[in-house]
Design a binder for this molecule. Structure first.
Ligand code: CA
Length: 422
């Protein structure tokens, strides 16, 4: 899958695109954007700009792109063709005069959730997160017996998935203090983030027809960052016996650019071998090719900027650095498992991986872990502390793929700010 579009020395005439931390010409993610005072339309991110696909088509500079980007997600030849066309158009100076009028400054545009998400499911595949959270409740036996056999997940809520930049209103719900007899209703006092990857479903499967693990990677049309905002106090009271509900479904923020499997081809990794004593995955989750190259080499970062930091002109402070390789299951295993009972996945469905924490201090993907359940608030450089999120806090998730000999690419920001409860 590695070809000329991945060459580290590929040229690009768009000012500032060469060496751009997120969107050099080797990335070319697609998404849905609105220029100022105009409606949504498909585009491709390049440097600090967005090239407008429908306008390129009208000008005869690109082949027709379906208005519904779920079709692009679902059709690998279409994704590859779009990638090759944009690579040629943006890389060759001869096209500059014709194509440059269709570039928009990204900073002036609004970005949208790129497709109509039919269904969203969230997994729990970050084993260091599962262990750390389990320890808060069961110090001697943090992982439940199913964890190493079943890619644990639950069905989330698609309607409240928002694109980076949307404000998040602090949720209200039932809260029951440990020493209280009865719950009260009010604003969550333990609002948290979760650092996750999002997996966009491509073709999907017919109901009753599972996706074999050997084909599962072909059903992934792209990736994004995902912040699974979580109200820990609502969660603790409501989650038994059916699992997360209102603690999670009030908002989920995603990075709006769809980073394709094609762009990520140089950044594949072997799945980390399981520790001695762990069971092998059951055969329906085991594929040699997936094990050899099904993991992703992605550096992940979470930063916070409080209102006081913003007022003082202080840059966001990095709370956590983790890596996608810490996932216990590959994205293909999540897809195969989800469809293994015949559940139909559809183009544009979204899967969350689960919180991706690393094993060491400073790599935890949630405040629940960073503050040890709220007992040890995190210190910020300006003297503030955070056990959980305060109103006006801004959370910034980012991802970068780096590999020797290749241009690094990123996902663009996944940002949300907390507004007071209403
Ligand atoms: Ca989650």
């Amino acid at each position: 899958m590695i070809d000329a579009t991945h060459a580290a020395d590929a040229a690009c005439w768009v000012p500032g695109a060469e060496g751009h931390p997120d969107f050099p010409i080797q990335n070319l993610p697609f998404g849905l954007f609105s220029p100022p005072n105009e409606g949504p339309r498909p585009g491709v991110a390049i440097g600090d700009a967005i090239i407008e696909l429908t306008a390129l088509v009208a000008a005869g500079l690109a082949q027709q792109v379906p208005a519904d980007l779920a079709v692009v997600l679902a059709t690998q030849p279409l994704r590859q063709s779009l990638r090759r066309q944009m690579f040629q158009l943006l890389g060759d100076d001869r096209y500059r005069p014709a194509a440059e009028p269709y570039l928009h400054a990204a900073a002036d545009c609004a970005l949208h959730v790129p497709v109509r998400i039919g269904d969203y499911s969230d997994f729990y595949a970050g084993i260091h997160h599962a262990v750390a959270v389990g320890k808060l409740f069961r110090p001697d036996n943090p992982l439940l017996p199913n964890y190493k056999y079943v890619p644990i997940g639950y069905h989330g809520r698609a309607s409240s998935i928002v694109a980076s930049g949307a404000d998040i209103v602090r949720p209200c719900g039932q809260l029951k203090a440990l020493d209280a007899e009865t719950p009260v209703f009010g604003p969550s006092q333990r609002l948290d983030f979760e650092l996750e990857l999002g997996v966009w479903i491509g073709p999907g499967n017919a109901m009753g027809q599972p996706i074999p693990i050997a084909n599962a990677a072909q059903h992934i049309g792209g990736y994004c960052l995902l912040n699974d905002w979580s109200a820990r106090d609502l969660q603790a009271w409501e989650y038994q016996p059916l699992g997360p509900f209102l603690a999670k479904n009030f908002a989920t923020t995603i990075s709006p650019w769809i980073v394709t499997p094609e762009a990520l081809a140089p950044f594949r990794l072997a799945q980390a071998p399981r520790p001695d004593g762990d069971p092998a995955p059951l055969p329906y989750l085991w594929d040699e090719t997936d094990q050899a190259s099904g993991a992703l080499k992605l550096d992940l970062t979470v930063a916070i900027q409080t209102e006081a930091m913003r007022a003082a002109g202080l840059a966001p402070h990095v709370l956590s650095r983790s890596e996608a390789r810490h996932l216990y299951w590959t994205p293909a295993q999540l897809v195969a498992h989800h469809a293994s009972n015949g559940c139909n996945l559809r183009p544009g469905d979204l899967l969350g991986t689960g919180t991706i924490s690393g094993p060491e201090d400073g790599s935890q993907g949630s405040l629940l872990e960073l503050s040890m359940g709220g007992k040890k608030p995190v210190s910020l450089p300006n003297g503030e502390t955070r056990a959980f999120l305060q109103d006006q806090d801004t959370l910034i998730l980012s991802a970068r793929a780096c590999a020797e000999g290749y241009a690094s690419i990123g996902f663009g920001p996944c940002v949300g700010r907390i507004l007071p409860a209403v």
